[in-house]
Ligand binder design. Structure first.
Ligand SMILES: O=C(O)CCC(=O)C(=O)O
Ligand SMILES: [Fe+2]
Length: 335
């Protein structure tokens, strides 16, 4: 039995025939909860199944096949990290994962966030992964851009106001994630906001454990809805709208021993050197904007790459140290 979610469900297939209704729902979903389910997105269930099956197949591989693409071998933070190698709020996240980005050459002599550009690491034991994920990333980027255009229009801006930031070399990030069951910790991934623009999250069947913080500071469950993506706002969209759209904190509870959770988050992000435009809201919307959250432990940078560099270095201090000589900051911080 699928539990009805506490979060809104939006249907993108209705957006062309009745954009006004869709936009108004989109605006309130992203203003209030900052999290919603998206159906009618046009990605068929066979492809969703294939991506989840490939993720499962990867995590079932022997450790040596997974370590072949260890993230420790990538200055760009790409590849596999086993349980124990990632931190949120200074604590270990109980998950293993592959990080994948756009396939581009590394920048020679790169400084700062330009170190995030470079090649992926693909497992030789699972050759089908690369073509499937490359197509998936292209298709989810289209869905992401459609949503952004509806948001722009709903906020009273030109529909294409965000396009330029994504037009050349958008720097998406995709993860295949597995949270093994454990009695050792409750932290699958600790509470955080996503650092980009928006996230399209695919979760496996029965993949419980995602929790979302409400505006009142309570935590509610976001259970899986078959065929739907879970969508949430990233810090840059909060920034672009003076806090009218909410980058909602969320976390994943570690599964009970004997079970696990598979998820495939797709972070739709602009070019590393892009600044997302700050929108001038209509007076009515402006009165409801809450301002960008001012958290001294988690400054939000206007340039996407700086925001991404902040979160990658914090999440993977081992890669930061080995490749970039950055020591652990030791301070509690968002993801
Ligand atoms: O695994 C999930 O369901 C959510 C993961 C997440 O929030 C993240 O990686 O940013
Ligand atoms: Fe997240």
């Amino acid at each position: 039995m699928v539990r009805p979610p506490d979060l809104p469900v939006l249907d993108l297939s209705g957006a062309d025939s009745d954009p006004d209704a869709f936009r108004s729902d989109l605006l309130s979903a992203a203003h209030d909860a900052g999290f919603f389910y998206l159906v009618g997105h046009g990605i068929d269930t066979g492809r969703i199944r294939e991506v989840l099956d490939l993720a499962r197949a990867f995590f079932d591989l022997p450790a040596s096949d997974k370590e072949e693409i260890s993230q420790l071998g990538s200055p760009q933070f790409r590849g596999y990290s086993r349980v124990g190698r990632e931190l949120t709020n200074g604590l270990v996240d109980w998950r293993e994962q592959i990080d994948i980005g756009p396939e581009r050459p590394a920048v020679s002599g790169a400084q700062g966030f330009w170190n995030l550009q470079g090649p992926n690491r693909w497992p030789s034991a699972l050759p089908r992964l690369r073509p499937v994920i490359e197509q998936w990333s292209a298709d989810l980027s289209d869905v992401g851009l459609r949503l952004l255009r509806h948001w722009a229009a709903a906020l009273g801006a030109d529909e294409s106001v965000f396009d330029v930031a994504f037009a050349e070399a958008p720097a998406f990030l995709l993860k295949l994630v597995r949270y093994p069951g454990t009695a050792e910790t409750e932290q699958g991934v600790g509470a955080h906001k996503d650092s980009g623009v928006l996230t399209l999250l695919l979760v496996g069947e029965h993949a419980d454990g995602l929790e979302v913080e409400t505006a009142e500071g309570e935590w509610i469950d976001a259970p899986p809805v078959p065929g739907a993506f879970i969508v949430n706002i990233g810090e840059l969209l909060e920034f672009a709208t003076g806090g009218y759209l909410r980058a909602t904190r969320h976390r994943v509870r570690a599964p009970a021993p004997g079970s696990d959770r598979i998820s495939v988050p797709f972070f739709f992000n602009p070019a590393l050197d892009a600044q997302v435009p700050i929108l001038s809201l209509t007076p009515e919307l402006a009165t409801q904007a809450r301002g960008v959250e001012d958290d001294p432990n988690n400054p939000i940078f206007a340039t996407y790459g700086e925001n991404a560099w902040k979160s990658r270095v914090r999440a993977h201090p081992d890669v930061a140290e080995v490749h970039h000589g950055i020591g652990a900051t030791g301070r509690a911080s968002a993801y």
